[in-house]
Design a protein around this ligand. Sequence first.
Ligand SMILES: [Mg+2]
Length: 123
Amino acid sequence: MATCKILVADDNQQIRLLVSAALRSLGHEILQAVDGEKALEVAMAEHPDLVLLDVTMPKLDGFEVLRFLRKRPETAGVKVIMLTTAAQNTDLKHGADLGCDEYVTKPFDPRALREVVERTLAS
Ligand SMILES: [Mg+2]
């Protein structure tokens, strides 16, 4: 698969580093954001192919970011994978209603994460 641009948005630095390392090994270009506002800013400026969105982040949470992304024509078609610690049914339903493509529950296995990312990028 060609190199893709992937935005990793999570307020936890350790998670950002883990996700970035796991995906960089696939040859993708990785961008990072530390909160929801920054994630939107980077998404609008950089037009990533895929956004990995933490649900619980300062300023704007992952669901709010997802809602904005889907509303704007420039980012409406971007692939989105939600990162969550609690894969509660309400969260899953909420994310699906807002149009996320996939869900990954933390803690994740790097190999499983790579599989979900490649599948989502190919879909
Ligand atoms: Mg968080």
